[in-house]
Design a binder for this molecule. Structure first.
Ligand SMILES: [Zn+2]
Length: 210
């Protein structure tokens, strides 16, 4: 079986997404790139995460062609493929529908530097324009929005995070959901004080030392 370790990680993190309340039902998907084999492990569509077995995870080429697996890959395969091919530092993509991030996305707002933890994304969390889920148009909108950031809000839909590893992409999802909740709460009190570019420069230098 190809990419057994990545298959197990896809399942482990899909389950974690439910137990940590970052999504409900089967609303979420994950892809992990094995650099050595240059193949992608992708979650299958519409399957209970707690019934999923390693053989249910689909293995595709970096063009999205199925190499191994009987299941249909996630309906969001097109944006997983687009992101995995976009930057050298992207080897994992986590997509979810967490309440606060999705609330901000339904306002069609970005998340600015309201708290230093936005640094898990970058200087902000940008917003990708709405398009029907599963379409190439949505993948294009996400690619156009992400820039150097590690997270993107998808208008009227949800959140996605990218990383070198599934651990880092997942942590970014968790931290950005916290920042989204803080942004929601500060906006309900008034206008939050945002960190300046210089203040965020200092945070990002600590987050990503060279
Ligand atoms: Zn979704």
């Amino acid at each position: 079986m190809l990419l057994l370790e990545e298959r197990k990680q896809v399942i482990q993190y899909l389950r974690k997404m439910l137990t940590t309340h970052l999504t409900v039902g089967t609303g979420g998907n994950i892809s992990i790139h094995n650099v050595e084999k240059n193949l992608l492990a992708v979650s299958p569509t519409s399957m209970d995460y707690f019934e999923m077995e390693p053989e249910d995870v689909v293995i595709t080429t970096m063009d999205g062609e199925i190499v191994e697996g009987d299941r249909v890959p996630t309906s969001e395969l097109s944006f997983h493929i687009a992101l995995q091919n976009l930057r050298d530092d992207i080897h994992a993509v986590v997509h979810s529908h967490p309440i606060y991030s999705t609330t901000i996305a339904c306002m069609n707002w970005e998340i600015p530097s309201v708290h230093y933890l936005v640094g898990f994304s970058g200087y902000k969390v940008p917003l990708a324009k709405y398009a029907t889920y599963g379409t190439k148009e949505l993948a294009d909108n996400i690619v156009n929005a992400i820039g150097d950031n590690n997270a993107v809000l998808i208008a009227n839909h949800g959140l996605l995070s990218v990383g070198k590893t599934i651990q880092s992409a997942y942590t970014t999802t968790e931290q950005i959901e916290l920042v989204a909740q803080l942004y929601y709460q500060t906006k309900s009190l008034g206008d939050p004080v945002l960190l300046t570019k210089e203040q965020m420069d200092a945070v990002l230098a600590k987050f990503y030392p060279h």
